[in-house]
Design a protein around this ligand. Structure first.
Ligand code: SF4
Length: 412
């Protein structure tokens, strides 16, 4: 099947459409689990410790089972792919859709034919998270994703996830498959806080420097050594996770210095010659700041596009904790502010966060069944109890910089 035939298949019923992911590669998680893709974190196919050769694994029966099922039309019923299907039905953008929209594979047709002839194919798409080692303690995070959060989770009386890390001795297995990759996606933790990512990028400069690389980073710190290696790669695209743009709100939400972050973004832009995507995690901490974030990047040549893709789902800071009337008022304000966006400044690649129906927002299970008045009181309690813990940790009150939150706390 050629890419053209593949695209035709997409035009058929959604149930029959085919995901490229299992036909191009897989995802390795921070504890070494190999899964189909980033959407499939709980469906473990194997562990990197137990796989001698990643390319053989890719070509072998475990992955083939999923490919065959998808070819038979199991997209809407097979776990974990039914998650993507259900998101697509709701017109959301699961990874399957992102892959179609953003990743082109020049060897797709040849690999397709090689598979039909039972020939070995190189891995073309690899996404990995080597560890949850991170240099930041963002308010929207937890120790599962950031090692720096272990101490905070302990202090807050929350569940603590220990350090997760692919063992050093298995990194060579990843290095061995770099030669055939067309796309490499590196996530964290924070990729530049785990030195082993630099080692892999260095190897890539030797064996496959034209591979397209996507790195998702908080831009808190990128060492000169890393910058030198990035300069030797021809096609690196960065996504910056930025959830606020004033010194205080950035410090409170991201735990860092916005000036340093911007300086690092400018340096990376200069070196890679590629505009950076800004990805905003929308939570109740920054929900009243989104128009300011949008405006801040207006005249910044180092930014190519900005995404407001959806809401952080965590019970402690989901936008779903707002009362309905406040939510609707702010949605209206944001829609007006975003309506006249000029794409000449930068592209707005997603504003999904502005289109979510209040009733569909995820909120804690234990408030869902309550009467409206009690529900609103309970949701407000949950939010400000957690906000105050973070205020204490940061040493100042976010509400002093977000008047809408201050007013909500005092007046309603
Ligand atoms: S359909 Fe979704 S869950 Fe299945 S492999 Fe593709 S991206 Fe992953």
């Amino acid at each position: 099947m050629s890419e053209l035939e593949y695209d035709k298949r997409k035009e058929n019923k959604l149930e029959n459409s085919l995901c490229k992911s299992p036909f191009t590669g897989f995802y390795i998680g921070p504890s070494g689990n190999i899964v189909l893709c980033c959407m499939a974190q709980n469906t473990h196919l194997a562990h990197i410790n137990d796989v001698d050769d990643l390319e053989s694994f890719y070509n072998d029966s475990v992955m083939e089972k999923y490919r065959k099922e998808l070819l038979l039309g199991a997209y809407s019923t097979m776990k974990p792919c039914d998650t993507c299907y259900n998101m697509e039905v709701q017109q959301l953008q699961p990874f399957k859709v992102s892959m179609d929209n953003h990743f082109k594979f020049k060897n797709f047709d040849d690999d397709w034919n090689a598979r039909l002839n039972n020939e070995t194919r190189p891995i073309r798409y690899l996404e990995y998270t080597l560890s949850n080692i991170c240099n930041a303690d963002c308010a929207t995070c937890k120790s599962e994703w950031s090692s720096k959060w272990q101490e905070i989770d302990r202090k807050f009386g929350r569940q603590v996830t220990p350090l997760q890390k692919v063992k050093d001795k298995h990194i060579a297995k990843i290095e061995k498959v770099l030669y055939g990759l067309e796309h490499l996606m590196i996530k964290g933790g924070e990729p530049f806080a785990d030195i082993r990512n630099i080692r892999i990028l260095k190897k890539l400069t030797e064996v496959n420097p034209s591979c397209k690389i996507n790195i998702i980073s908080n831009f808190h710190a990128i060492t000169p050594e890393a910058m030198d290696i990035l300069a030797n790669l021809t096609n690196v695209h960065f996504t910056a996770s930025i959830d606020a743009v004033t010194p205080e709100t950035y410090k409170w939400i991201r735990g860092g210095d916005i000036e340093k972050t911007i300086a690092n973004m400018k340096n990376v832009y200069k070196i890679t010659d590629n505009g950076i995507t800004v990805s905003v995690t929308v939570s109740l901490y920054n929900y009243f700041l989104l128009d300011k974030i949008k405006d801040f990047f207006k005249d910044k040549e180092y930014v190519s596009d900005v995404k407001f893709s959806g809401f952080a789902p965590e019970d402690t800071h989901t936008v779903g904790l707002l009362p309905e009337h406040m939510y609707k008022k702010q949605q209206d304000k944001l829609k007006k502010a975003f309506a006249n966006h000029d794409n000449n400044d930068y592209r707005l690649t997603s504003t999904l966060a502005l289109d979510i129906d209040y009733k569909k927002i995820k909120r804690p299970a234990y408030v869902r069944e309550l009467e409206v008045e009690l529900k609103e009181k309970r949701m407000k309690d949950i939010f400000f109890r957690n906000l105050d813990k973070m205020n204490e940790h940061r040493g100042f009150d976010l509400c002093d910089y977000v008047p809408e939150l201050k007013e909500w706390r005092i007046n309603t």
